[in-house]
Design a binder for this molecule. Structure first.
Ligand SMILES: *[C@@H]1O[C@H](CO)[C@@H](O)[C@H](O)[C@H]1NC(C)=O
Ligand SMILES: *[C@@H]1O[C@H](CO)[C@@H](O)[C@H](O)[C@H]1NC(C)=O
Ligand SMILES: *[C@@H]1O[C@H](CO)[C@@H](O)[C@H](O)[C@H]1NC(C)=O
Ligand SMILES: *[C@@H]1O[C@H](CO)[C@@H](O)[C@H](O)[C@H]1NC(C)=O
Length: 487
């Protein structure tokens, strides 16, 4: 009798789980055990001390950047079982201040669907994830992409909605239909979804819902004229200082005359928007958000009127040297976005300074290298009437990188050697110093007030060594930075 009751109870639990589309918590427990075991085997040489990366395995796009019950939640495209892309999970970190991060248990496991990119909103104290279900199938495209929901009341354990999908792919549309970024305005929820027209031009589609479940298509917010790429990924859309910003990651943008083709870039269009007509009127042409080698798929969140952005700190189609070490991929520092005239400024969040440890002020000499164990922050002051050249490499060799200011062309560049250069012109609007963040395999250069920012992966061995190769002395204030994500 007792066992029959138990059996009934068990089947009831199984029934409820199936009804709620609950992913198996025991499968996640098993994955977490695997992660703990594998984590011990990671080679630490390039492992990051204050940037988010996967505990083990591969990550790409940041997802679900949100504020829930007073904490910042950030998710990422995650494949724990290898250091290359695979069936997508959602990994998860949480932070009180956008600087110190803790890993939480894996949020989404792939089931019939790979859990592609998306966003998070809070409704009735529930953290709601809206993400793309990528399902491989037998039809002529080979896959389908639709939008799914998942819920959590504790910010850690998620239940997939039984009525998924909530947005099917548009009829007669391309199957490329992904990366919903959702927000609330007035009585409605809105979401923007990256897509591709049937004649292979990137576009962003806008939808509206009264309740997150029933969605109606409103309009497209923009579309490539053919030169702006065949697919627009990871759209985001928000108001900033009275303007509207459409952030997007287009694939296949035509390079400027004489420029180099890059398959993936991230940038933004500033314009005006009207919630009655749903018309987005661009006022400033597409501009890149970050000029470094490794920045993609950026996503934002907002709190107390401040808009924060984070990007994937890698790039498609290039080597990820850490992938022989048991991990691959990272997220950038969180930056605050500000509108300044026709452009966005990016600054590290205010609390980033809390990682600073003892500082030194030095004047960099030719034969004197400033050395950092693994991490460092430098404020570099030079005279912009003359050129500036900093050479960075490892205490034990490894990759070299040169940061340059050309006082004649007014161009700043980040040069990883062998022609692997990123550059852009810079007109300081205030401060003329450079703020440089070094982690074990990352470099972020913020020029002035954040008019120009470069994020590049660099792989020095044995920490960093910095030399002045300029014609002028450079004043440097340097800090060691403490760890803000567990080993
Ligand atoms: C939140 O509550 C409202 C009102 O009860 C309901 O309509 C809505 O569906 C709820 N949202 C979620 C995500 O369950
Ligand atoms: C938005 O468009 C409507 C309809 O054309 C118009 O009445 C309204 O003034 C516009 N709002 C703004 C802020 O421009
Ligand atoms: C470095 O220089 C700055 C600015 O001049 C000053 O505020 C700071 O106290 C100095 N730090 C050290 C360690 O000398
Ligand atoms: C910085 O390096 C350059 C080139 O090596 C040198 O000419 C210059 O004097 C250096 N500055 C100082 C202060 O040593």
């Amino acid at each position: 009798m007792a066992s029959l009751r138990l059996l009934l109870l068990l089947s009831l639990v199984a029934f409820i789980n199936a009804k709620l589309g609950r992913q198996s918590e025991s499968a996640i427990d098993e994955l977490e055990r695997y992660i703990q075991e594998k984590k011990a085997e990671i080679n630490q040489r390039y492992r990051l001390h204050y940037h988010v990366s996967a505990p083990v395995g591969w990550i790409n796009d940041p997802n679900g950047f949100s504020v829930y019950k007073g904490e910042y939640h950030l998710f990422y495209q995650f494949y724990p079982y290898d250091t290359v892309w695979g069936p997508m999970h959602w990994g998860h970190v949480v932070s009180p201040d956008l600087v110190n991060w803790q890993w939480l248990r894996t949020a989404l496991l792939p089931e019939e669907e790979y859990c592609f990119s998306g966003s998070a909103v809070v409704d009735n104290d529930t953290l709601v994830l809206m993400y793309t279900a990528h399902i491989e199938d037998e039809d002529e495209d080979g896959f389908d992409q639709t939008q799914y929901l998942a819920f959590s009341d504790d910010g850690e354990r998620f239940t997939k909605y039984e009525g998924n999908p909530v947005i099917p792919r548009p009829e007669n549309g391309s199957p490329h239909f992904r990366d919903p970024k959702t927000w609330k305005h007035g009585d409605y929820w809105y979401t923007v979804i990256g897509a591709r027209t049937i004649d292979d031009r990137g576009t962003v589609l806008l939808y509206r819902s009264p309740d997150l479940f029933d969605w109606e298509f409103l309009t497209d917010l923009g579309e490539s004229d053919g030169t702006m790429g065949f697919m627009w990924e990871c759209p985001d859309f928000f108001e900033l200082a009275g303007k509207y910003v459409l952030l997007l990651s287009p694939e296949g943008v035509e390079p400027p005359p004489g420029g180099i083709y890059r398959s993936h870039i991230t940038g933004y269009i500033i314009g005006s928007f009207n919630y009655t007509t749903y018309e987005f009127i661009p006022e400033v042409e597409f501009q890149e958000l970050d000029y470094g080698h490794d920045f993609y798929a950026a996503q934002t969140t907002e709190r107390d009127g401040k808009r924060y952005v984070v990007g994937w700190f890698n790039m498609w189609g290039v080597d990820h040297p850490e992938n022989v070490d048991g991990w691959a991929g990272a997220l950038t520092l969180i930056r605050e976005l500000q509108l300044y005239g026709n452009r966005l400024l990016m600054k590290p969040v205010d609390d980033q300074v809390t990682l600073r440890q003892g500082s030194t002020n030095v004047t960099l000499q030719t034969n004197y290298g400033l050395s950092f164990d693994a991490t460092g922050e430098m404020i570099v002051e030079g005279d912009l009437v003359q050129d500036i050249v900093l050479e960075l490499t490892g205490n034990a060799g490894g990759q070299q990188v040169w940061l340059r200011w050309n006082s004649v062309t007014k161009i700043v560049s980040v040069d990883r050697g062998n022609g692997d250069v990123r550059q852009v012109d810079w007109t300081p609007i205030g401060s003329t110093s450079w703020r440089i963040f070094l982690d074990a395999s990352t470099l972020e250069l913020f020029c002035g007030e954040g008019e120009v920012v470069f994020s590049s992966r660099v792989y020095p061995d044995g920490g960093w060594l910095v030399f002045n190769r300029s014609v002028q002395p450079l004043q440097v204030t340097a800090f060691l930075l403490s760890r803000s994500i567990p080993v």
